[in-house]
Design a protein. Structure first.
Length: 519
């Protein structure tokens, strides 16, 4: 325990020793604060998919509103995350990190108190702004606080703790939702308050401030254009599934495409752009990012809509469905190290292509299972999710290697940030586009919404629904999710092809046989 006098003795700006601003005795507080802050985003994101059916029932949210409850956060996070990383360099990592956490927990508290879907969506967007500053800050402050010889171990502890919270969060959240009913979803957001306050206390009271490293431009113009462009695209894709708003989809998508072109032109003319577009001239870097987009598009679509199918469609408990995230996190935590060593030995091409194929097989299995109407969680869905987790574990570490080795050492930070943003944009577009596909397939399976009293896709069946209508609703739900899984399986296959043809490395993990000159 530290006395108040010891806390007060922490200097405002720590001297740089051993390449770090933080004395050895205080580095553990940096690590704890970073783990807690990372847990905020990981727990919030993974449990939300499990809680979405309960949120829809409690707030009366439509499918389009459910999409925006997820996408409002994803939009601001993906569009602003690069500017958020630059803020840490310009204002100091500790200062920016605390500001991001504070904004995130204030917005979380507002989400917990939201009286309707519209208010929840608005504060989810503000949450995303806080996360855009907080997420890059958590790893950056560890790297800046620890000297190089200790940095790898500290980042390993941070990664393991993050994987643990990602794995256990949905399981515990599902148990809580099952035990206390739909209204307890608000506690998912409220839990961010104590975690965030502890993290802020440690950062302000136990850790010295770091000096800003550079007077970097934040490129707020680029951030605004990116937000508008991806927001318009997401709105256009989402409005296809919203009754009465389908006429807006075409103009919104067109406006988003125009704004995206304006954003690219704007970035090319900036002295310090948010995104260094010249990096995309490197074939391996461009290929790795395209593969990332398709893979994380597929992953996000399945992880967002599968809980809706299982809870609202099949009627499974949230406690049971919470386990679908466990194989993904456990596989990444256990296998990333060995797979990373394999990638170092043979190059990232084979693990990424192989892993993408395994994920494609898992999603194809989900498509076949739901198309056949086989409603078995533990013998059907869970093993396929375990297969998907294995595939992603083969991809995650080598994909980072591919991004880092494709560019010069001086550009690795920018390259990593771009890849992070690409993965999140993939998730944003996936939730918007696949929701509209699911709504269209669902409506067609019900003969164009000709069945009064049948809820929409992802909405729980009302009490007293006639057995024939309930059977039709269930079959339509299966068909809708089968369409999502079929499309995403094809995208993962495409990701494997792109990785194989653009990323460097040996084509196979075993040495080629030398030809016998006599044979």
């Amino acid at each position: 325990m530290h006395s108040p006098s010891e806390v007060a003795a922490v200097p405002l700006t720590g001297p740089v020793t051993n390449g770090t601003f933080c004395p050895q005795s205080q580095r553990r507080f940096v690590l704890i604060a970073a783990i807690l802050a990372s847990a905020l985003g990981f727990i919030d994101g993974s449990i939300l998919a499990i809680a979405m059916p309960a949120i829809r029932v409690n707030l009366g949210a439509s499918l389009a509103e459910a999409q925006w409850i997820s996408n409002a956060y994803a939009l601001t996070l993906s569009a602003l995350i690069l500017a958020g990383g630059a803020a840490g360099d310009r204002f100091g990592l500790r200062r920016a990190f605390v500001a991001g956490i504070a904004l995130f927990i204030v917005a979380s508290l507002a989400c917990a108190l939201a009286p309707n879907a519209a208010v929840l969506i608005a504060f989810r967007a503000i949450q995303g702004i806080g996360a855009a500053i907080m997420v890059p800050g958590s790893l950056a402050i560890i790297a800046k606080a620890y000297p190089k010889k200790e940095r790898g171990r500290a980042i390993g502890i941070w990664a393991a703790a993050s994987a643990l919270t990602t794995a256990l969060g949905p399981v515990l959240g599902g148990l809580v939702l099952s035990a206390f009913g739909d209204g307890i979803w608000r506690a998912i957001f409220a839990i961010n308050l104590p975690l965030g306050l502890i993290s802020i206390y440690l950062l302000l009271a136990k850790i010295p401030a770091d000096a800003p490293t550079a007077k970097r431009s934040l490129d707020l113009g680029g951030a605004a254009l990116a937000t508008l462009a991806f927001g318009a695209l997401a709105y256009g894709l989402t409005s296809m599934s919203a009754s009465g708003e389908g006429h807006m989809s075409g103009p919104s998508i067109a406006a988003g495409a125009v704004l995206l072109a304006v954003f690219i032109f704007f970035e090319l003319r900036q002295r310090e752009p948010m995104i260094d577009l010249s990096l995309f001239r490197v074939g391996a870097f461009a290929g790795a990012n395209v593969a990332t987009f398709f893979l994380y598009f597929a992953l996000s679509a399945n992880l967002f809509y599968l809980p809706m199918l299982l809870i609202a469609g099949w009627g499974l408990s949230t406690a049971e469905v919470g386990f679908i995230f466990l194989p993904l996190s456990a596989s990444i935590a256990l296998l990333s190290g060995p797979v990373g060593l394999l990638s170092d030995r043979i190059g990232p091409r084979f693990p990424i292509a192989c892993g993408s194929l395994v994920v494609a097989l898992a999603f194809a299995g989900l498509a076949l299972l739901t198309h056949a109407g086989i409603h078995n969680f533990w013998a059907g869905i869970f093993p396929l999710m375990a297969l998907m987790g294995l595939g992603m574990a083969l991809v995650v570490s080598p994909l980072s290697t591919a991004i880092m080795t494709a560019v010069e050492d001086k550009d690795t930070g920018a390259a990593s940030g771009i890849n992070n943003a690409v993965s999140r944009i993939g998730g944003l577009i996936a939730v918007a586009a696949m929701g509209s596909l699911a709504a269209w397939v669902y409506a067609n399976a019900l003969d164009g919404n000709a069945m009064p009293g049948v809820p929409g896709f992802g909405e729980p069946a009302p009490a007293g629904l006639a057995p024939a209508l309930d059977a039709a609703r269930l079959a339509a739900s299966d068909a809708a999710f089968s369409a999502i899984s079929s499309v995403t399986a094809l995208l993962c296959l495409l990701s494997a092809v792109i990785a194989w043809t653009t990323i460097s490395g040996e084509r196979l993990p075993w040495p080629r046989r030398a030809r016998d000159p006599q044979g």
